[in-house]
Design a protein around this ligand. Structure first.
Ligand code: DAH
Length: 338
C-alpha cells in the first residue's frame, strides 16, 4: 500500500514538472491526456485497484481523486500563465503592432476656411453662401461687369448654357445677400469657384475663395483695412504686414489689391515671394454705387466695403505647400499629414 502511494507521489511530481515546462496550450492538453485521459496513467492505476487490499482501497481512491483535481488545477494555472505572457495560442502573435484605424479629418482647405470663419466671426461677421451654378446676372451684371469684359469670355468661364455658368468668384454671394436683407450686412462667404484654367503649380480650374462684405451707414475704406490687417495678424502672427495697392475691379470704387509680407522669409525676399518680400492675396474696395443700385440699396444712404480672399493661397502659405495640385489630387499620403 505504501508502494502505490509512493508511486502516485512520483506521478504527481512528474506531471507537475511537465506542466511547468509546457510551452503552449497544445502541450498542456497533451499532458492532461497522458495522465487523466481514458488510456492515461491514472486510468491504468484505477483499473489495477482490484489488486489493492480492500481495506486500503478508500485511501488510494481518495489520493487518486486528489491527484486528478491537483493536475487539473495546475494545468489551468499553467494555461493562465501562458495566456498572460501571450504564448498560449500560437496562431496569434501578441507582439505584432496593432492594426491602425484610419480616422477621417477635414481637408486642409476646409481647415483654413474654418480658421478664416472663426477670425471673422470674432469681428462680427456671419457666414453666407450661394450656389456654385450661377447666372451671369449674379456673376457679372449685378457686379457692374461690362458686356465685353474679358472675364466673361468662354476661355475664362465655364458656361453650362447661355447665361448659366459655374461661378468664377464668390462675389456672387454679395448680390444674393444684399437682395435678401437690408443693411447692416456683415458677412463672409467661403466657397468653391471655377475658371477654365489649366492645372499648374499655382492654378487650378477649381479653387476656393472667401468673400467679405460689410454695408452700413458710414463704413469707410479705413474700416476695410482694419478688418484685413486684424485678420492677417490673427492668422499669421503680429509681425505680418499688409500692403494695399491701387487696382481696378468693376464692383468696387476705389479698389485695391492687397498683399501680405512673405511669411516664409519675413519680407526679406525668397523663392516663394519671388524675391520681392510680398505675397498677393486678393482684391478689396468700396462697394460701387452701381452694385448698390442693382440690389436696391440707396447709395446716398449706405456705404460698404468688400474683399476677396484666395483660400488656396492662404492654405499653401499656412502649411508651406508648394503646389496647388496637391490640394486637389486627394492623395491620402498627402492628406493624412493635416
Ligand atoms: N472677385 C475678385 C476676384 O475673384 C476678388 C475681389 C476683389 C472681391 C475685390 C471683392 C472685391 O469683393 O471688392 O478676383
Amino acid at each position: 500500500m505504501d508502494d502505490i502511494l509512493k508511486f502516485l507521489d512520483k506521478i504527481e511530481q512528474e506531471a507537475i514538472t511537465a506542466l511547468g515546462q509546457s510551452a503552449d496550450k497544445a502541450a498542456v492538453d497533451a499532458i492532461l491526456v497522458s495522465y487523466l485521459g481514458r488510456k492515461g496513467k491514472l486510468a491504468d492505476i484505477s483499473k489495477g485497484m482490484g489488486q489493492v487490499a480492500p481495506e486500503t482501497r478508500p485511501q488510494v481512491g481518495a489520493r487518486l481523486n486528489q491527484l486528478k483535481t491537483k493536475l487539473t488545477d495546475s494545468a489551468e494555472k499553467r494555461l493562465n500563465d501562458l495566456t498572460v505572457s501571450g504564448a498560449a495560442d500560437q496562431s496569434f502573435d501578441y507582439s505584432l503592432p496593432g492594426r491602425r484605424r484610419l480616422v477621417g479629418r477635414k481637408h486642409p482647405l476646409l481647415q483654413t476656411v474654418d480658421e478664416i470663419v472663426r477670425i471673422f466671426r470674432g469681428m462680427g461677421f456671419s457666414v453666407a453662401s450661394g450656389p456654385d451654378i450661377e447666372t451671369d446676372f449674379y456673376n457679372f451684371d449685378a457686379l457692374n461687369t461690362p458686356e465685353d469684359h474679358p472675364a466673361r469670355d468662354l476661355s475664362d468661364t465655364f458656361y453650362i448654357e447661355k447665361g448659366v455658368l459655374l461661378r468664377t468668384h464668390t462675389s456672387t454671394v454679395q448680390i444674393r445677400t444684399m437682395q435678401s436683407k437690408k443693411p447692416p450686412v456683415r458677412v463672409i462667404a467661403p466657397g468653391r469657384c471655377y475658371r477654365s484654367d489649366a492645372f499648374d503649380a499655382s492654378h487650378s480650374p477649381v479653387f476656393y475663395q472667401c468673400e467679405g462684405l460689410f454695408v452700413d451707414n458710414g463704413v469707410t475704406f479705413g474700416d476695410m483695412k482694419g478688418a484685413i490687417i486684424t485678420f492677417a495678424k490673427e492668422l499669421f502672427g503680429p509681425r505680418i504686414k499688409v500692403r494695399f495697392r491701387p487696382h481696378f475691379f468693376p464692383f468696387t470704387e476705389p479698389s485695391a489689391e492687397y498683399d501680405f509680407s512673405c511669411i516664409l522669409c519675413g519680407g526679406k525676399g525668397c523663392r516663394v515671394c519671388k524675391y520681392n518680400g510680398w505675397l498677393e492675396i486678393s482684391g478689396a474696395g468700396m462697394v460701387d454705387p452701381e452694385v448698390f443700385k442693382a440690389v436696391g440699396y440707396d447709395p446716398e444712404i449706405y456705404t460698404g466695403y468688400a474683399f476677396g480672399m484666395g483660400v488656396d493661397r492662404i492654405t499653401m502659405l499656412r502649411y508651406r505647400i508648394g503646389d496647388i495640385r496637391l490640394l486637389y489630387d486627394n492623395d491620402i499620403r498627402f492628406l493624412r499629414q493635416f
